[in-house]
Design a protein around this ligand. Structure first.
Ligand SMILES: Nc1ncnc2c1ncn2[C@@H]1O[C@H](COP(=O)(O)OP(=O)(O)OP(=O)(O)O)[C@@H](O)[C@H]1O
Ligand SMILES: [Mg+2]
Length: 228
């Protein structure tokens, strides 16, 4: 489902954040991306949903070559890829319900169908009762659950999360992990960049370690592997 072939990324300031990424990720895999700060994890992830374009190389996601994809086609790609950020990125003036419904309204889904699907994903993350509230009326963990609900409302085949537990306390981080596990168990591919050693070492999955823009380790059921 995802293939990177000799992918390089040099930012306009000259920084080489990707020095030849080669990776193949199958449908349904759960992959942790680990490595020191500045290693290139976010760059790796951003190239998978065309937030960044590679300087060189090919990136195939759902049979689309993102290196060649026209900018005007990027919204179509995004419909099949859910993205979760460390800082949630919810729209502050919209209710929880509206934040999630937004993605379906854009694709002109039938209103009845929108309501059904939004309540379904809110139920999945345990927040049906907060549908009418505004983001700032929710705790950080609840806001992250909303952002996960939003990321899966389109039933994407791929969910990408960049440090989804980065701003959360340990207990809330485990709640978020349980939801991502649940999504993964339903067959969705999950790719998650994280600095959370305990989670990586406890819920075992494939681990891709990046250092200085290079993949230095790629192991099934790997460890976090860095001294804290
Ligand atoms: N938009 C940008 N312009 C220029 N340089 C950038 C840009 N984004 C990232 N970089 C640089 O690219 C390198 C990799 O950054 P990246 O954000 O991918 O690291 P990271 O592994 O996600 O780090 P962290 O764990 O701190 O999130 C760093 O040296 C960073 O300073
Ligand atoms: Mg990062």
């Amino acid at each position: 489902m995802i293939e990177m072939k000799d992918v390089y990324k040099q930012y306009s300031n000259g920084v080489m954040a990707a020095n030849g990424f080669n990776v193949h990720i199958k449908q349904g895999e759960f992959v942790y991306v680990v490595g020191p700060s500045g290693a290139g994890k976010s760059t790796f992830i951003k190239m998978m949903y065309r937030e960044e374009r590679p300087t060189k190389g090919d990136i195939i996601v759902n049979s689309i070559n993102l290196a060649k994809l026209k900018t005007s086609r990027v919204p179509y790609l995004r419909r099949n890829v859910g993205v979760v950020f460390q800082d949630f990125k919810l729209l502050p003036s919209l209710t929880i319900y509206e934040n999630i419904a937004f993605a379906l309204e854009v694709i002109e889904e039938h209103p009845k169908q929108i309501k059904k699907r939004v309540m379904e994903v809110l139920d999945l993350v345990g927040l049906k009762h907060k549908a009418r509230m505004l983001p700032n009326e929710l705790s950080g963990g609840e806001q992250q659950r909303v952002s996960i609900a939003r990321s899966i409302v389109n039933t994407p085949k791929l969910v990408i999360a960049d440090e989804p537990t980065g701003n959360l306390d340990p207990e809330t981080s485990w709640d978020i992990m349980n939801i991502l596990e649940d999504i993964s168990n339903r067959g969705t591919t999950v790719i998650m960049a994280t600095h959370n050693r305990e989670i990586v070492n406890t819920i075992k999955h494939r681990v891709i370690a990046i250092e200085n823009g290079r993949i230095v380790r790629d192991e099934q059921r790997g460890d976090y592997g860095y001294e804290s």
